[in-house]
Design a protein around this ligand. Sequence first.
Ligand code: NAP
Length: 512
Amino acid sequence: MLYRLRNADFTVRVFEAGDGVGGTWYWNRYPGARCDVESMEYSYSFSEELQQEWEWTERYATQPEILRYLNHVADRFDLRPDIQLQTPVVCADYDEGSALWTVGLGDGSTVTARFVIMATGCLSQARVPSFPGLEAYRGRTYHTGDWPADGVDVSGLRVGIIGTGSSGVQVIPLVAQEAAATVVFQRTPNFTMPARNAPLTVEKIAAIKADYAKLREQARWSGNGTLRVNYDEPAATAPPELIQQRYEAGWAFGGNDIVGSFNDLTTEQMSNDTLAGFLRGKIRQIVRDSQTSQTLTAQDYPVGAKRMCLGTDYYETFNRENVRLVDLRGEPIKDFTPQGIRTSAAEYPLEAVIFATGFDAMTGAILRVDIHGRGGRSLRDDWAGGPHTYLGLASAGFPNLFFITGPGSPSVLSNVVVSIEQHVEWIGEHIEYLRKRDLASTEPEVEAQEQWVAHVNDTAARTLMMKAASWYLGANVPGKPRVFMPYLGGVGNYRRICDEVTAADYRGFATG
Ligand code: NAP
């Protein structure tokens, strides 16, 4: 966004809480952290030179490699002079008279700006649940999303890990290799596909680079922003042999392409059940202990309704002598003691506890900033019942405030780099449009916004996504309203809608 606006001759300043660039890839430094979208796709396309120059080394890049890449981008495009690190933004107030925002920074200083763009990320507000007794616990504690930069040595320790989402699935196998004992506290079992990560071959890299323009365009108009093959036929009427063959091929290929095996897996429960059954069969084949296997296969929601995880030796790890799985559904956590964790059935002495407990997703990082718009109205109040945006880009009553991959856009249901680039382009173009016409402000019309919110909800209601207590719905944060936040219509359709809004002179936006 900085690069896009700077190239259009705007004065731009970026404020960043961390002491380095990289966002999610700066904070999530836990062992095993790796992207679940293939590297050659999970990278910027805005510069042909950049995409030709950079050499990814693995099918799925590790956190250190992605962080190196983002630092390279910052250097290559000379972005650092306009990025102010170690500067949290605490508030933003809009003044109607001047049509300017006053942004309050952590050190008490303020800056004024015509436009404020929240590039705060969807999964950046780490969340530690409030367990009774936690403050009296004498061991060490870590959150995967706020991992110490110089690493953590768990060798020889008894380590507890709470949470088995994407972060837990990645960190558990690596901690198990180092720790004396690893106790995994699972509330809801996930569906984990083998990543089948491997080094990228010179031939593969060359083939993609030779065809990059076409492949990037294909991803932009796809369902989820990747090059995944999506078969256009339902499992409901497919012969059992074809179902088995596709799932076996998906399992062997690794990654989450398996959900593209049929076109009704996200909408028809019975079709989804065929995939769930297949995956449970694979888990049972891997995990030797029958009780552990049962606990790992007790999913009570459709595949994909909670985000599918990619793992490397995840299920295999539960065959290790030093790993124990605790089923929190059978024995919930009562409290922390000074020595460890106490469930309703036992006390587990632990020298360190890792919280892989996720984030206040999609709205958490936006609402952490105390934002007041027209007439002093508060964004926190406006979104108390769930986020209200037009296209996930802006909210009525908050002129000249934009969200990159905000709630109501495909965001977390897509290859997020594709979605980020689309928002950056759209916002950049809109701001240039305003400047050209000498317009001081823009904001969604209430009617257009409410129609969009209804459309986002209707789209989700037609799928199986509402059948899980997921973070997509805010269900992981006690008290958070249960509203399906990302847009499920697909990145290609969404891009078309945004382009139409632009072509229709920003239909649904009031400018003045
Ligand atoms: P998450 O998916 O929200 O998982 C949090 C885990 O903690 C869940 O198993 C949850 O159980 C558990 N938990 C939360 N509160 C708990 C409590 N009070 N008691 C016991 N267990 C509790 O968080 P995440 O694993 O950090 O992943 C979040 C998202 O970040 C992912 O879905 C993905 O989009 C992204 N991510 C991606 C990658 C990757 O690219 N490979 C890696 C990490 C994260 P319940 O399910 O029962 O709530």
